[in-house]
Design a protein around this ligand. Structure first.
Ligand code: FES
Ligand code: MG
Length: 571
């Protein structure tokens, strides 16, 4: 075994080594400091991140595994982001969580790390952090909730909130029934059970190779999660011995595998910004266009909400991620290894589909081409993203008049106004919602439809926004428009009444305004006034340094890695 990094703190007879050991001697025996690996458990458990609250129990299982393999486990609570509660958007804090976790891993005497995440931003921030530190690291995704039912019908977290609230607005569901459904939505511990961002990132983390093979997607309440957490603790000790770092696992090939997986499972568009940000930490060449090139011909095989019918518990029962990946294994990079050191594809041979309604065989996909389409045009010079699987067939090619909102408040104030000049062919535009503009790029792109159109039976319209969309939402929504309005993007120049042309097949998003006329336009003062202008603290740092969605919305000074070396002593 190579000398441990932690031995820089603990080895020797001098005063500093004494201090480092003595303060850790609260139950740790002398042999804890004999050069065995110290494994941090970066734990995002928090009562305010209810999706991750059970991770303390998971951490206990990881600890047992670490001990069993001869290591010393150390619980390290890290910044935790609860998607539903944190304002103005958890995405504003993803980079802060990543930075704080990175620095605490580097600053402390640890040799490897087990990353415990679940709720949307937690796994991305942990992977960004671990990639920039470069210590051996492995993820335990906390797993989805069990399926809750309301009036005999399964409820999908998130997706059914949108659906039920639209039903209330359309007058087809009573407010009382809506409120009653609240207690049925969250049946157990765990994260959202739809194919939202949390489910997506757990599965994608495994496709990347960063999870003990077969673990991702195990429901949070399933005993097998604790067994796999125990095994992950053992694995972390082995990974330190072999110095299997994130850079060894996360190659371009593993990112392309993740893109294939993302498409086949019908995963969240948020995975695009997260994977780009993780790749940026490692210096792996990956662009938004890779998602279209590699992902858009992959068949959609998993029939989960929001695009389909089932929920995460069903996917697990039907064979899980490996059964899905086996169907598309010819599209996977056979050289991309996992945390075990063995290639991902080695784990797929024995996988089987147990329910062909939930996981469709390759020959009978839900859609022949899934994935994410990246659009370009004079409205999105650096690209915009759309998920064709969540869009309506009749809107894939569309030309309509823009109805423009400068902010989320402006949209809420006017969207249900009976006098709003809007019809089913209109294109709803919401700007000021990018990384800088909001700040933090919230999940608002799936704007509610005007009440008067809902009452006419309209259920989808083309929407264009520089923000993100919840992974649990659906509709013909063009999002991540780059550059955003607040960063000088042409989205700031759109006026109500302009025609917008969307052509998903041709990958185009254009404003039908002559170039010379557009060149003369400047943003309206009201548009600019709606952009965030924070004066201090994290928000100010964020707005000044955040990059655009097309490269992952990381802070400019956080891309890349610093390794695990710390040059100076604290005493
Ligand atoms: Fe935590 Fe959906 S709110 S995963
Ligand atoms: Mg979300």
């Amino acid at each position: 075994m190579p000398e441990q990094r932690s031995s820089q703190w603990y080895a020797g007879d001098d005063r500093n080594a004494y201090i480092h050991r003595a303060w850790m001697r609260r139950g740790l025996p002398a042999h804890a400091f004999d050069g065995r690996p110290h494994i941090a458990i970066a734990n995002t458990a928090s009562d305010l991140t209810p999706c991750n609250a059970h991770l303390n129990e998971v951490a206990e299982s990881v600890k047992q595994g670490v001990y069993e393999a001869g290591g010393i486990p150390l619980n390290l609570p890290v910044v935790s982001l609860g998607e539903t509660l944190v304002r103005p958007t958890a995405m504003l804090w993803r980079n802060m969580a990543a930075m704080a976790t990175e620095e605490m891993l580097r600053a402390n005497p640890v040799d490897g790390v087990v990353l415990l995440g679940g709720c949307d931003k937690t796994i991305p921030s942990l992977l960004m952090a671990a990639s920039s530190v470069g210590l051996p690291a492995v993820v335990v995704p906390g797993g989805p909730m069990l399926t809750g039912t309301f009036r005999g019908v399964p409820l999908g977290c998130g997706t059914d909130v949108w659906r039920l609230s639209e039903e209330v607005r359309a007058g087809t569901l009573s407010q009382e029934a809506f409120t009653k459904s609240e207690s049925s939505m969250i049946r157990s511990r765990g994260h959202c059970n739809t194919m939202g961002t949390a489910s997506t990132m757990g599965l994608v983390a495994e496709a990347l190779g960063m999870v003990l093979p077969g673990l991702a997607g195990t429901p949070a309440a399933d005993s097998r999660l604790l067994e796999a957490a125990h095994d992950t603790g053992r694995l972390a000790v082995e990974m330190v011995a072999e110095q299997r770092t994130p850079a060894a696992v996360l190659t371009r090939g593993s990112f392309l595998n993740a893109i294939v997986a993302l498409a086949a499972i019908g995963g969240s568009t948020n995975a695009v910004v997260h994977l780009l940000a993780i790749a940026g930490r490692l210096g792996v060449e990956l662009s938004q266009d890779d998602f279209d090139r590699t992902g858009s011909d992959v068949p959609l095989l998993v029939d989960l909400q929001p695009a389909g019918r089932f929920l995460m518990e069903d996917l697990f029962r039907a064979g899980g991620l490996h059964a899905v990946l086996r169907e598309v294994s010819d599209l996977l990079d056979p050289t991309a290894i996992t945390v075990t050191g063995k290639p991902l594809v080695d784990y797929l041979d024995t996988a089987e589909i147990w329910d062909r309604e939930v996981i469709r065989p390759r020959a009978d996909p839900l859609l022949p081409h899934a994935g994410i389409a990246v659009l370009y045009g004079n409205l999105a010079p650096d690209g915009a993203v759309v998920k064709p699987a969540a869009a309506s067939e009749h809107l894939l090619q569309h030309r309509g008049r823009a109805v423009v909102f400068d902010s989320i408040e402006d949209m809420h104030a006017r969207i249900d106004d009976p006098d709003l000049d809007v019809d089913a062919d209109s294109v709803l535009v919401l700007r000021g919602c990018g990384p800088k503009g909001y700040p933090g790029m919230p999940e608002v792109a799936n704007m509610p439809l005007p009440r008067k159109l809902l009452q006419q039976g309209v259920r989808d319209m083309v929407r264009v926004c520089d923000g993100r969309m919840s992974g649990t939402a659906y509709g013909t929504v063009v999002l991540h428009v780059s550059p955003e309005a607040a960063a000088g993007g042409p989205l700031a120049l759109v006026r109500t009444g302009d025609f917008i042309v969307l052509d998903i097949e041709a990958r185009r998003l254009d404003l039908d305004v002559p170039g010379d006329e557009l060149a003369l336009r400047t943003p309206d003062p009201a548009t600019v006034a709606a952009f965030a202008n924070p004066q201090r603290g994290w928000e100010r740092l964020y707005v000044r340094t955040v990059q655009q969605a097309n490269t992952g919305a990381d802070l400019d000074f956080l891309t890349g890695a610093s390794g695990s070396d710390v040059s100076r002593e604290s005493h």
